[in-house]
Structure formats: C-alpha cells, structure tokens
Design a protein around this ligand. Structure first.
Ligand SMILES: [Zn+2]
Ligand SMILES: [Zn+2]
Length: 491
C-alpha cells in the first residue's frame, strides 16, 4: 500500500499525502473523505485496505502516550515538516509567537521579564525563543503537539545530489538544463500513467454518463435557467457592451504579443518545453509549445478566453439575472474593475475622437495617449487573466469563476442539455493553449520590466504554483477534465 507509512516505534499509520497519522478507528472515514479516487482503493475493496492497515500493532493515542523522538533524531519522512519555535526552558514546540508567550507565562513565569510595565517607551525584552524544524504525529487532538526534529537527507537524496553535482561539472549549461528537463518530464509521465488508467478502470459502462459525473456541472447549474447561463458566457455585442468588446480586443492583442514572443524566441526553447512538460506528451522536449496554428484556429482558441472574461464580468454584476456559486477573489475583483474602467475610458475617448470634427490634440500627443491607454488596458487584461489561473482552490471547485465558466460552456443551447465529452474537449484544449501563452507573455513582460532577470524565473514560479499536475488550480482541473474527456469521448 503506497498511501500509508507505518512508524513502528510509535505504532502509527501515517497517511503520506496528508502528512499526518490517522487513528485506527478513522481509516474508513479518512480514505472516503480525502482520497476517494486513490489507486490503492480502486484495486482493493476498502475493508481489505483497512484490514491491511490494522494488521500491525497500533497505538490508541487518546489513552497511551506516544514515544517522542529525540530532537537530534532524523525527521520522519512521511510526516509534514514545519518551521516552529521552541521554548528555551523545555522541549515544548509550537508554531505561533503568541502561543509560546502563553506557554512561558503559564509554565515558566519566572523566565518572563517582571510584570512591571516600563514607563519609558523601551519595549520589554522579548521572550527568548529558538527557531526549530518540527513535526507532529496527528493533525488534531491528543498527539498533535509539535516536537523538534533534525532534517536529514535520505541516502537517495544524498546520492541524487552527488549525481547532480557531477553532471553540473561535466555537462555544458545547456546540456545540463536539457537533462534536468528530461528527468522532470519522465517523472511526471510516470506519475500520470497510473492515474490515467485508474480513470478507465473506474468507468462503469452502465452509468448514464461518467463524463457528466466527472464535470459536476449539473450540481453547479442545478435549478438555473440554461438559456440565461449560456447568454452570460457569450461574446459581447459591440453596440450594447462596448467595454467588453474593447476588453476582448485587448485579449487578442495580448495573445498576439505572446505569439510573437515565442516566435522571436524571447522565451528560450527550454522554457517553452518546460511549459509543455506537464502535459502528456511523449517527446515534450523535442516539441516546444506549438504556436504555428492557422489564424482561424487561433481565433477559435482566443474566443474561449474572450467568453470567459465576459462571463466573469457579467456574473460579478449586482444585476446578474441568476446567482451562481463561483466567487471572484478580492484581487480578481480589483483587477476586473480596473480593466473595465480602462476599457470604459478608452471607449469614451474613441467616441469623442470619432464624433468631433477636428481633434483638440495634435497628432503626436493623440498617438501617445492612445498608446499608453492601450498598454495599460492590455497589461491589466493580462494581469486579470493570470489572476484567474492563479486561484488555488481550497474549498469547493466551483469557487473558481473559470470552473463555473466551464459549466456554462458545457450547455448545449439548442438542445438544452449538457455537452458530452467528444463535444467539449476542444474547448478545454483552447483554454489550456491560451493559458500557456498568457503565462509566457506574463513572464516575458516581467523580464522586460526588470521584475525578474529571465522570463524562465517567473515561468518556473507560476508553473509550480498553478500549472503543474497536482496543484489545486483551474488549469489543473482543465487538464484532468480533458484527459478524462479524451478517454471517455473516444469509446
Ligand atoms: Zn490522507
Ligand atoms: Zn517551556
């Protein structure tokens, strides 16, 4: 069983993805709640898995004390690691500053500088505390106290470091990066293969539509008028929604410059391969991001994001005809307001310019104003798009406007039904491709503005935060949905 790690000295089964111990009576509930789709559970019945877990002696941590390791002992590989504070008088460890103050006040009152309030403005001596690495066995209740540990690399990690050092010495910089990327791609593919086959294994041919179940659209759209929902995700009418029209033109310019950045190699070939390496592609390294698409294809691709921006704006308005479950984050809201405001000003200005016979401004200042307004609009547009991707989903999936939008796009307006996978995966491909272009453009811009030294620096950061498989992000959901859709759509 790969999911758990048994600690023989403490007699605890630690759930590896969660990084904490699970009490013996709680295995069933924990697995159902946190890992319903784990491979171990599709291969065996749940009671069998629990049977395996309980074959070894297990502690009842609510009644018996757990053996705490010595602070010099190496850390437990399967438990989460924290940076904590240790009491200078005893082994007590906690995470927060004020917790240690409370601990000192109750356990070692004499160690605290006397209660007399100093009359001067000089603050009292801070309570001494020591920063340490720490872990805990359980996430709550008894056994959830932190204890100090010493981080020690495993023999494999030491071996890996030695190997990397050797490679770095012997290879040129480019070859070294190339080798690193190849290793990463291999790792990701190895991780993904079992997940993909697991999706197939779970598929039950008698179910109405596993695709519908996977998308959960019916839950998000439950009781909603589907005609209104599709209208919210439509392209704008330039006459009645000039600002939205102006915004989607801005998006087109942004994607266009991203396209140019790739063609002009502003982002180097390694980074291009990198952004693609999280997608299942046998030879991702040989195939950096494909941008040589036909013009009409690009137009269709950008259309998906254009509709997304319109959907975000329309559903954030107080007069939106239906209430949907997604919520914009404060950052998304601020950027969207700004974006709309810039678009509004530009629309007004264009209107004045087109109606007045002769412009008040001379040609060059007019051009200058125009250029800077467009730049500001495009930059905000790009920022807003990135903020939509950079939405870590801690609770419900449908908190994300992107995922809500996927549902809205899943409605077949004519037939008033939800689209099936074969009909839908192209939408996800378009979303993914344009998202990659936007991330590239954001990285290129950051390097041009001096925010980072190389585009690759920010690219790596964004990739780790919200593009990689395993991150809880809308992008990752799109990848999973597409992988699933392709499996179920072709049979
Ligand atoms: Zn777990
Ligand atoms: Zn203490």
């Amino acid at each position: 069983m790969d999911l758990f790690d048994y600690l023989p000295d403490q007699k605890i089964q630690v759930c590896k993805p969660c990084g904490y111990g699970v009490s013996p009576g709680n295995f069933g509930r924990h697995l159902a709640k946190h890992h319903p789709n784990h491979l171990d559970l599709s291969r065996k019945a749940i009671h069998q898995v629990i049977g395996d877990l309980t074959k070894v002696p297990l502690i009842n941590h609510r009644k018996e004390p757990i053996r705490l390791p010595d602070p010099t002992e190496p850390h437990f590989r399967s438990l989460s690691l924290w940076r904590g504070l240790r009491c200078p008088k005893c082994p007590y460890v906690c995470l927060a500053d004020n917790t240690i103050s409370t601990h000192m006040a109750s356990k070692h009152p004499s160690a605290i500088p006397s209660g007399r309030k100093p009359r001067t403005a000089i603050p009292p001596d801070p309570i001494p505390r020591i920063e340490v690495d720490c872990q805990r066995f359980f996430s709550k209740g008894s056994g959830s106290g932190f204890f100090q540990v010493t981080i020690m690399p495993s023999p494999e990690e030491l071996e890996e470091r030695r190997r990397l050092e050797e490679m770095r010495r012997e290879l040129s910089r480019e070859d070294f990066i190339r080798a690193q990327i190849e290793v990463q791609i291999k790792d990701i593919q190895e991780q993904l293969e079992p997940i993909e086959s697991c999706i197939l294994d779970n598929q039950d041919p008698t179910e109405a539509s596993p695709w519908q179940e996977m998308t959960r659209w019916s839950r998000y759209l439950h009781g909603k008028d589907l005609r209104i929902v599709t209208r919210l995700a439509r392209l704008p009418d330039p006459a009645t929604e000039p600002e939205l029209h102006c915004i989607i033109q801005s998006l087109e310019r942004v994607v266009q410059s991203a396209h140019q950045s790739v063609c002009e190699d502003k982002i180097n070939i390694f980074d291009q391969a990198r952004i693609n390496s999280f997608i299942l592609q046998r030879r991702a390294f040989d195939r950096p991001l494909m941008v040589k698409l036909q013009k009409p294809t690009w137009r269709i691709y950008i259309k998906v994001w254009s509709c997304l921006l319109c959907f975000a704006r329309r559903t954030s308005q107080p007069d939106c005809p239906i209430g949907l479950a997604h919520r914009l984050t404060p950052r998304q809201l601020t950027l969207l307001d700004q974006l709309f405001e810039y678009a509004h000003r530009l629309v007004q200005w264009q209107r004045v310019e087109s109606t007045s016979e002769s412009s008040i401004l001379d040609g060059s200042s007019q051009e200058h104003i125009c250029l800077s307004s467009f730049n500001r609009l495009d930059n905000t547009c790009l920022e807003f798009c990135i903020s939509l991707l950079d939405h870590i989903l801690r609770g419900d999936l449908f908190e994300s406007v992107v995922i809500g939008f996927f549902a809205a796009k899943g409605v077949n307006e004519e037939k008033k039904i939800l689209k099936e996978a074969y009909d839908y995966t192209p939408t996800l491909s378009a979303f993914i491709k344009v998202a990659q272009m936007l991330v590239i453009q954001r990285s290129v811009r950051a390097a041009e503005d001096g925010e980072v030294d190389y585009p690759g620096d920010l690219l790596d950061e964004m990739r780790d935060r919200f593009l990689l498989h395993g991150t809880h992000s809308p992008f990752n959901w799109a990848l999973r949905l597409r992988a699933y859709g392709k499996k179920v759509g072709c049979c």
